[in-house]
Design a protein around this ligand. Structure first.
Ligand code: ADP
Ligand code: DP6
Ligand code: CO
Length: 362
């Protein structure tokens, strides 16, 4: 560290969008820290103007330990997932020089320097809108920038996967597939971009925030309980998802909304069925979520072709994907009719205009 003073701070800020799976990841195939799933999954990366994590990462010789703040509250970094991400990213760090500030950090220095990380989610945390996905993708991306890591998105995504499985898909924009892979060491469990954000830009995503409260069962413990107790999960992972993945890839390729919608809704419903098949059963959706499903199903069946697809992650909040702007406007009209602003059932709507986002770091 050839630096004149020891009082310097070097920092980087990055923003990463979240992603919502249309074919869900639910279940790990072993207990290792690598986070390897029981099936492939496919997601859409969302508009960062509406749902994203912003991370500022800083390094300084005056820092005495690694520390992190999430939404302004200090959180512990002692968990295995944070430790895996920090260890992996440090191991790929390279020399960094800021001539203006007179700072030079060598590859070797990074193992002796501590980090401060301030992360902010502009949407509810741990409420089933994939905060862990945006959060860990952004952590790895921002640290990669700070440490001049040369690895490409695919390798960064493999590190983010060790923070939270769904995070590996947020390093890319557009439509992304997480290939489960076969290797025990996780080397082939990678995210790949199926199509970029321009491929299908008619789609408009509306998020109906039913509850921004933290869920009772985290995704990690929920899926662990499912793997241990649900027979339906075995059937889903082996028989259902492999076929659906192929059909979904084709629907995305052809911008075939009827197939996209049918597969998205069916997969969300099967994921929640698997949660119900868990012992004790896990209820992520509530009555309002069920009402939203009925409204969309009824509307889709009254039209010649489906107008809107719905999907719910591990929480009650609805992610609604409208086929175009006209359908999105009608959807909002309907939601306002069934859930008028005076009702307590829906907290707010988040509407992504050009909803499908570019890659991380915007
Ligand atoms: P979600 O449905 O929001 O992804 P999860 O149960 O999968 O919920 O994960 C929530 C956990 O993810 C939080 O308790 C926290 O540990 C982690 N997390 C959320 N946001 C961030 C962030 N910005 N940076 C790091 N970790 C985060
Ligand atoms: C329902 O990625 O949050 O959102 O890997 O244990 O951190 P961990 O779980 P997480 O699970 C996401 C589950 C899901 C579906 C999906 O995003 O594919
Ligand atoms: Co999550």
């Amino acid at each position: 560290m050839a630096n004149e003073s020891q009082n310097w701070v070097l920092m980087v800020t990055a923003q990463t969008p979240t992603n919502i799976a249309v074919i869900k990841y639910w279940g790990k195939r072993d207990d290792s820290t690598l986070i390897l799933p029981v099936n492939d999954s496919i997601s859409v990366t969302l508009d960062p103007n509406h749902l994203c994590t912003t991370n500022t990462v800083a390094v300084s010789p005056i820092f005495q330990q690694d520390r992190m703040w999430l939404n302004a509250n200090e959180i512990s970094l002692s968990g295995g997932r944070f430790q895996s991400c920090l260890r992996e990213i440090r191991s790929h760090a390279c020399d960094v020089e800021d001539k203006k500030k007179g700072i030079k950090i060598t590859k070797e220095d990074w193992s002796k320097l501590y980090l401060h990380i301030a992360s902010y989610n502009n949407f509810p945390t741990a409420a089933g809108l994939a905060s862990s996905a945006a959060g860990f993708a952004c952590l790895v991306y921002a640290l990669g920038k700070l440490m001049n890591v040369k690895e490409d998105e695919s390798q960064l995504s493999a590190i983010a996967r060790q923070g939270s499985g769904s995070a590996c898909r947020s390093l890319y924009g557009g439509f992304v597939k997480w290939v489960m892979g076969k290797e025990e060491n996780g080397s082939d469990s990678l995210a790949v971009q199926l199509a970029d954000e321009k491929h299908w830009d008619d789609l408009v995503i509306v998020i109906a925030v039913v509850s921004s409260r933290q869920k009772e069962t985290s995704s990690t413990s929920g899926m662990r309980e499912t793997v241990e107790t649900s027979l339906l999960l075995q059937h889903r992972a082996k028989e259902v998802v492999p076929k659906r993945i192929l059909q979904m890839e084709q629907a995305i390729r052809n911008r075939d909304f009827p197939s996209f919608s049918r597969l998205t809704c069916a997969d969300s419903n099967q994921f929640h069925a698997v949660c119900l098949d868990t012992s004790p059963p896990i209820f992520y959706m509530n009555d309002t979520s069920h009402r939203i499903i009925s409204i969309v199903e009824k509307w889709n069946r009254s039209e010649e072709a489906p107008q809107v697809a719905y999907t719910f992650d591990a929480g009650p909040n609805a992610v609604l994907i409208a086929r175009d702007r006209k359908a999105a406007a009608l959807l909002i009209q309907r939601l306002l009719y069934y859930f008028p602003p005076s009702s307590d059932d829906l907290n707010s709507y988040i509407i992504g205009d050009n909803s499908i986002a570019k890659d991380a770091g915007i």
